[in-house]
Write a protein that binds this ligand. Structure first.
Ligand SMILES: CC(=O)SCCNC(=O)CCNC(=O)[C@H](O)C(C)(C)COP(=O)(O)OP(=O)(O)OC[C@H]1O[C@@H](n2cnc3c(N)ncnc32)[C@H](O)[C@@H]1OP(=O)(O)O
Ligand SMILES: CC(C)C(=O)C(=O)O
Length: 593
């Protein structure tokens, strides 16, 4: 054997020197930061922007019907703040807001929100769209960063600050003019591109906006500090949020909101650190829809809280239905590895994972049974046992996913997964050495054919191997095996006496009536088969009930040595004794196959 270090990595040739580290251009340091030692203890206020940021970024924006379906869904799962569009952008958006209001589709406790630029004509039209809404927030934004000041707006700092303050003034004036007392009116301001803006300047602009809005008790202002484009590691964003939270005037009347995108793939992490840093509210989209790489995924954020024992304040118990509605409306699929909601995220293919999950479920079942034995009902017993499951951060059942989907079998799988599936689908609890034997058979199948072995295929292979009398010709499997049991009658002469067994056996095409005796039924049955010239020894035996009630059946597993070969047989029958005879025949037939 020789040891060595890996070969050194080579320069990539990528044009990296074109870029600058974020810290070198932004003053974001906060040496006395407090967020790293805080913990999340409750869900923030959520705002869904699926119908605005989520919609504006779709290849084909939602039509009115799709928007309405998504709105109703958002209400149903518990959102109390929903951004419903950019009404000044298009007649479609305007009409949608009007239809929500005119159809009475907005529950009394739900606040709709609409976005606008800081331009008088757009502001007027935006507020006009809200007439008659029970609760509505106008959300005004303008970009503050040096790049936007210089390249997009060609404005100096004062002009950019005034654009925000003047816009706020215009919103107030128009709202006072056209909205009646039947509308509870709120205001949100976003310094767009906050993360690339000098923090003192963001503070100056937010303060100027507050001077106009005059927040006080029952007149909060939402200040939303967006990572419009995610530009740094999440700790830098958290420092920016903590700094703002500490320096904002009227902080007690400010709802500090986060609006993260996912350009570096750390939208969720940045939002969580932003909450530690003092934010009260989060804007995002279901499944991470939104501009470019998307807005932060609210489902992930909420279920991260849930997985730590906090109420997410959103009902995500039917995640598949949620996903279906959103996929239809957005015409985009949720990728299979999306946290919590992707098709494959509760699935384990690899052997050691499957083995650990199978043991975890067994341990949990035992613990839950102990709670029931102590007097708890089913639901209370489930809740009393903390979720601790190898490889599964939450119980798939809690989000409407089934256990069947947890374990899937391919060439990477071992005995754990194979036996788990047989147990889940067919109640068969294979003894350990039989698990090993059968998983080798499956391994041969996957080595030959590749791909995944679906639960139905797994069962076909199992029945073909161990229960050929059950083989399904429609699946291309023929019955096979030299012997089959047609009947058996046991006579026991009394205590300490031998059992006498009379068996009707089919041997190939011939029907035979055979009799032998032994110390018990199984021993007598082995003796019957030995009359046919077989050398047979039972090495191990296990049995269990498969079902209860009038159609109760039992499974028996027998490990035999047949003519020098050691192998297992399986039998299923309403009678446990007959099941054990069938298991011996299964082993013998396999040996002779
Ligand atoms: C980060 C975000 O997601 S912000 C939300 C973005 N969403 C959208 O833009 C979707 C809807 N938008 C639209 O449909 C259109 O942009 C409209 C209808 C709002 C405006 O359309 P247009 O008037 O044609 O302008 P256009 O979009 O090209 O806007 C650019 C102009 O607005 C100015 N502008 C951009 N943002 C703002 C703002 N927040 N406040 C004031 N002016 C702004 C630009 O400087 C530019 O001005 P210029 O023409 O004098 O150079
Ligand atoms: C309007 C603002 C909040 C926005 O969408 C962004 O900055 O991403």
């Amino acid at each position: 054997m020789r040891t060595a270090l890996p070969a050194p990595q080579q320069p990539s040739g990528m044009p990296f020197s074109k870029y600058r580290p974020f810290r070198a251009t932004m003053d974001t340091d906060l040496p006395d930061r407090t967020w790293p030692s805080r913990h999340l203890t409750a869900a923030p206020r959520w705002l869904s922007t699926d119908l605005r940021d989520g919609n504006q970024s779709l290849i084909e924006p939602m039509d009115a019907a799709a928007k309405r379906t998504v709105f109703d869904l958002l209400v149903r799962i518990g959102f109390k703040e929903i951004e419903v569009g950019f009404p000044a952008a298009s007649q479609t958006d305007y009409d949608f807001v009007r239809s929500l209001i005119e159809d009475g589709a907005i529950p009394e406790d739900v606040t709709i929100s609409v976005l606008t630029q800081s331009r008088e004509d757009l502001i007027d039209r935006t507020i006009d769209s809200l007439v008659g809404a029970p609760r509505a927030t106008v959300h005004l934004y303008n970009a503050l960063s040096p790049l936007f000041r210089e390249v997009v707006f060609r404005m100096d700092r004062t002009q950019v600050r005034d654009l925000a303050a003047d816009g706020t003034r215009l919103v107030l004036a128009r709202a006072e003019k056209v909205l009646g007392d039947d509308t509870v009116f709120g205001y949100e301001y976003s310094p767009e591109i906050f993360v690339d803006t000098e923090r003192e300047f963001s503070l100056e602009v937010c303060s100027a906006v507050m001077d106009v809005w005059q927040p006080e008790a029952d007149r909060e202002i939402i200040l939303n500090l967006p990572a419009t484009v995610e530009r740094s590691t999440p700790n830098v964003y958290a420092d920016q949020i903590e700094w703002m939270s500490r320096h904002l005037p009227h902080r007690e009347h400010v709802c500090l909101s986060l609006h993260n995108h996912n350009d570096r793939g750390s939208g969720v992490a940045a939002t969580e650190l932003g909450l530690l840093a003092g934010a009260d509210r989060v804007e995002g989209c279901l499944f991470g829809h939104g501009e470019r790489t998307g807005n932060v995924d609210l489902v992930t954020l909420a279920l991260n809280l849930f997985s730590q024992g906090m109420d997410p304040m959103l009902d995500l118990s039917d995640l598949d239905e949620l996903r279906r509605v959103v996929e239809r409306a957005t015409q985009m699929d949720v990728p299979p590895r999306t946290p919590y909601s992707g098709e494959l995220v509760y699935t384990s293919f690899s052997g050691s994972h499957q083995d650990a999950i199978k043991k975890g479920f067994a341990a949990r079942a035992t613990a839950v049974e102990a709670q029931k034995a102590a007097g708890l009902d089913d639901v209370a017993a489930e809740l009393a046992v903390p979720w601790q499951m190898p490889y599964l951060p939450i119980d798939p059942h809690d989000v409407g996913r089934s256990y069947e989907a947890v374990v899937r079998v391919n060439s990477q799988s071992g005995k754990g997964g194979v036996s788990y599936l047989l147990r889940q689908a067919h109640n068969l609890d294979l003894p350990r050495r039989l698990q090993i034997e059968f998983s080798r058979i499956i391994q041969r199948h996957t080595d030959t054919y590749g791909g995944e072995v679906a639960a139905a295929t797994l069962w076909s292979i199992f029945t073909d191997e161990y229960l050929p009398a059950k083989a399904a010709p429609e699946a291309g499997l023929q019955r096979w095996g030299r012997f089959s049991l047609k009947g058996a009658t046991l006579t026991s002469a009394g205590d300490g006496e031998e059992s006498v067994l009379t068996v009707t056996l089919r041997d190939r095409e011939e029907k035979k009536l055979l009799t032998a005796s032994g110390s018990g039924p199984l021993d007598a049955f082995v003796a019957v088969l030995e009359t046919q010239g077989l050398s047979l020894r039972v090495l191990d035996y296990a049995e269990h009930a498969l079902s209860t009630g009038r159609d109760a059946r039992a499974a028996a597993y027998v490990e035999c040595e047949v003519g020098g070969q050691v192998l297992w047989g399986v039998g299923i029958d309403p009678s446990i004794t007959t099941a054990s005879f069938k298991a011996v025949i299964s082993a013998v037939n396999r040996a002779l196959r």
